[in-house]
Design a binder for this molecule. Structure first.
Ligand code: SF4
Length: 308
C-alpha cells in the first residue's frame, strides 16, 4: 500500500476484509506553527544550540525531535539567567516584557510569532489605548494562562479582562465601554454564544472583533466531513494540547469509534475488529510525519494480524 496524505490509498486486507487507511488531507500543523518549526530548523542549521521560550508546539514527539537537533526549551526565568544566546519566540507570541528581557540580556532573537497573532496583538494594543481614554475595558475571550493570551494581555499593561467561560462574566463592568477579542484558537461556537450574551448585557458601547483563526476553526467542519467517511478514527494529539482534546471531541460526536492517541503505543488492535475503513487525523499541533508514522504502523500491524 502507498501511503498518501491526499486521498484514499490502495486497499489493505485485514482479517479477510478490505481495509483502507486514509490520512485526513487537512491534517498537519497550522501555518503559524509550521513557520515556527521551519525557523527553528534553519536557526539550528547555522548554530548547534538555540533556546526556545516555552513549548514550540504542544507535541512531545516534535519537541523531542527538535531537542535532538539542538533546541533547548526554557522558561522566562531561565531566559533571564542566560546572556547572549540564540533565542526563539514561538508562534503563540510573547508580551512586551519578554522582548525587553531579551534585549536586556543581549540575546539574539528570532521572532517566530505567527503573523496572525502579531496583527491581533497590534489591534489589542490599539483598542487598549482607545479604551483608556473612554474608561473602557478590553476583554479577551480565551484560556487565562495560555501563552497567546498572556501575550495579548501584555499589550494592555496586564489590564485586559480574560473571560474563559460564562462563569467569568461578573468580571466585566457592563456600564462601561467594551471592546472584545478572542484567542485565535477559541471555539467559534463558544465565542458566538459569549458575544450574544454580552450584547444582551451591555449598557454602553460594545465592539466585538472576530479574531478566531480560520486555520483552526475550519478544521472542525472539515473533520466532521472526514470522520463520517471512516469506521474507526485514530486522532493523534499531544496530551497537553487543548486543540487535540477539542477536535477529538468533534470526531467522537460524529463517530463513536474515534480514539485519541499520542502515538502508536496507545493503539489497541481490538478497535479495528471487523472494520474496513480507518481514518487518521491530528491536532493543529500534530506534525504530518507523526500521522504517517501511525499509518505505516497500522499498515504493518494489521497485515501481521491477518498473517497470524
Ligand atoms: S492557529 Fe492560526 S493564529 Fe494560531 S499559530 Fe496557527 S495560523 Fe497562527
Amino acid at each position: 500500500m502507498t501511503l498518501s496524505t491526499n486521498g484514499p490509498n490502495s486497499d489493505l486486507i485485514y482479517k479477510g476484509t478490505t481495509v483502507t487507511i486514509e490520512i485526513d488531507p487537512h491534517a498537519g500543523f497550522c501555518f503559524g506553527v509550521d513557520r515556527a518549526v521551519h525557523l527553528a530548523e534553519s536557526l539550528l542549521q547555522k548554530d548547534s544550540q538555540a533556546y526556545c521560550v516555552g513549548d514550540i508546539v504542544h507535541n512531545q514527539k516534535e519537541m523531542d525531535r527538535l531537542s535532538q537537533l539542538g533546541l533547548t526549551f526554557v522558561n522566562h526565568q531561565e531566559l533571564e539567567n542566560q546572556t547572549s544566546k540564540k533565542v526563539l519566540f514561538r508562534a503563540h507570541g510573547e508580551p512586551p516584557q519578554s522582548y525587553q528581557l531579551a534585549n536586556q540580556k543581549q540575546h539574539q532573537l528570532t521572532d517566530a510569532t505567527c503573523p496572525v497573532v502579531v496583527k491581533l496583538q497590534q489591534r489589542v494594543k490599539k483598542a487598549w489605548e482607545t479604551m483608556i481614554n473612554l474608561n473602557g475595558q478590553v476583554i479577551i475571550f480565551g484560556k487565562r494562562n495560555h501563552a497567546e493570551v498572556l501575550g495579548l494581555v501584555g499589550q494592555t499593561q496586564n489590564q485586559a479582562v480574560v473571560i474563559e467561560n460564562m462563569n467569568d462574566l461578573d468580571a466585566i463592568d457592563f456600564s462601561r465601554p467594551i471592546e472584545v477579542f478572542s484567542q485565535t484558537t477559541s471555539s467559534l461556537t463558544d465565542y458566538k454564544l459569549f458575544c450574544e450574551r454580552i450584547t444582551s448585557k451591555a449598557q454602553s458601547t460594545l465592539k466585538i472583533n472576530d479574531t478566531i483563526c480560520r486555520q483552526v476553526s475550519s478544521r472542525e467542519p472539515w473533520l466532521k466531513a472526514f470522520v463520517i467517511t471512516v469506521e474507526v478514527m485514530i486522532f493523534v494529539g499531544g496530551t497537553k494540547s487543548s486543540n487535540a482534546k477539542f477536535l477529538h471531541g468533534v470526531c467522537k460526536s460524529h463517530n463513536p469509534d474515534s480514539f485519541l492517541v499520542s502515538g502508536v503505543d496507545d493503539i489497541q488492535m481490538e478497535w479495528f475488529a471487523g472494520k474496513t475503513r480507518v481514518g487518521i487525523s491530528g491536532a493543529t499541533s500534530t506534525p504530518l510525519w507523526q500521522l504517517q508514522e501511525v499509518a505505516q504502523w497500522l499498515h504493518q500491524n494489521l497485515n501481521e494480524q491477518i498473517k497470524n
